[in-house]
Design a protein around this ligand. Sequence first.
Ligand code: S3P
Length: 672
Amino acid sequence: MRVTGTPLTVSGTIRAPGDKSISHRALIFAAMASGATRIRGILPSADVRATAGALRAMGARIPALSDDFVVHGQGVQSLHSPEATLDCANSGTTARLLAGLVAGLAGRSARFEGDASLSRRPMRRVADPLSAMGAHVTFMGAAGHDGLPMQVDGAALHGIRYVNAQASAQVKSALLLAGLTSGVAVTVDEPLRSRDHSERMLLARGVALAMTSEGVTLPAGQVVQPADVIVPSDPSSAAFFVALAALADAGQLRLENVCLNPTRTGAFDVLQRMGAVLHVEDECDVGGERIGTLVVHPSTLRGTHINGAEIPRCIDELPMIACLAACAEGETRITDAQELRVKESDRIRGVVENLRALGAEIEELSDGMRIVGSRTPLAGHVVTHGDHRLAMAFGVLGALPGNQITIDDPGCVAVSYPTFWRDLSQSVGPVAPSMASAPASVAPSITGSSPLVIAIDGPAASGKSSTAQWVAKLLDVRHVDSGAFYRAITFLAVESGEVPESWTAASVLAHSGRVAWRLTERSVLPLVDGQDQDEALRGAAVTRHVSRVAAMALVRAWVNEQVRSAGAAVDVVVDGRDIGTAVFPTAQLKVFLVADSWERARRRLLQRLGRRPTEAEIATETEALVARDAQDATQSAPAHDAVTIDTTTVTQEEQVERIVALARATRQRLGR
Ligand code: S3P
């Protein structure tokens, strides 16, 4: 469907992370119930961690978020006022749902705050009905600002019948929570249906809700019982890959375990109407939610009109749909979507400005946008305003051959999909094998067969870099510092004087001809213009910009080529995240260092604080560490033939000894 670029083939199966809405609710209801709730498959993202942190601050015993854990709820009356302000970070669901929870707890108070984006979002939509029920809600910011920071003083509430005019599931859920904590009846009428996860989960917990075509009624005096949860994959996250597969030229993508709740599947209906070839396999019900595998094939896409009742069913996917529409045939109109203006960013303005800057034809409407699709390649720099869904929507466009797109803040995907970049790079297939020949400065291999490559991968703070250097020294082979290549190319980009905001992979790689290698006795290091720039490469300007450069897929491909050609020339030990999978899939020895994240967090805190950390401190640090690991675009699972070493209970010396022994055995096997 595009006129330039090599065809894009997609392949593989993706299990998008747990549903964000269900994850928040699983934690809240588990904390409210008396008894144990086992939660599997929770989304360990920044937003969900904000809810976990806030509930902990109110006394809930929530362990570090992992794929399978148990919350021992002590009943809603055990929740107390938090000592400090509740930090909701970027998460509207945290702020609004917990405002409802606190509102119904007489004698309890909480102050809510959030990041700059959340502080701009409207809170009057929950403050007004909660106040009408008898709670005291006070906006603490500048006069006239009806957002966070906000103080909620709980009270013995009275019941309410409320019309949910914005079709907001957060407002509906806040009122249901207030009704539950205060034991009063709540009816929410919904002219347009919003997502109904709260209702489904409450029904599964013995709450006698009545769901009608008009809305939902919670009778007075209901108690939330514990019930285990298996969180399905988030359809809003899966939608990025449905779009990617639809836009590709060949192949297919399978998205398994996707939540197919009908209040959430509007985007899939829209994409099918636009011509996407998509079908569902293995449908079944898990924990009150429909799930299934989506199988998507490339197709020719055409414009459509999205409005009315369909909008709440695809509200979070509209940025992706708009980006896809920019590559479809004909015109797409999105109307009745004014809610997009009060999401993590003004998503109407953000999508329109970015698509226009990339070269698309697009018109801003007060309640949506009009997009005229085209086959012209898109190029430029995307400003996300820290909005995760903008980063991912434009990330998908950036993966299409022919497009040249950079994104200012790729890390903001941690809000809902920490492993997005890894999944994206895996689904568009590995980078084509390097044809690059080794620079003349490199001595040819001393053996007739291919040189020995020892790949050491692992997450952050697993100690892989120092371990790799130590192993290389003991084996008398060279250590490849792949990070130095990212620094070298960033150094040249900084030196060029171009403003970093305008850098693209192409402009950065324009300098790649000036980078060669040098072999030291112990390592393979980059040489810039034939010079050793070791000190300059560690400078502040390079440090500031290197992660943005390292997030560019084409730059990664180039660095991988350098590392590969080094490994084709001399025996090496290489450390990284995807060395054994993407860079050297045929490495003779692959080691994957793991360490229990709790233990890694404990070690870090011990070092940082100089004292034994508390369990709560470790829990918080563990979550941050897990999210940071996952956020790394290059992080990958161990290669199927990697030897995994758990460093949790092993000293570094022991690790090194073990790897050296494995390397010696490998050499022996290869007759070296
Ligand atoms: C959510 C409801 C929606 C959605 C948000 C999550 C929820 O927001 O956009 O990402 O979990 O209840 P609104 O309730 O503001 O429509």
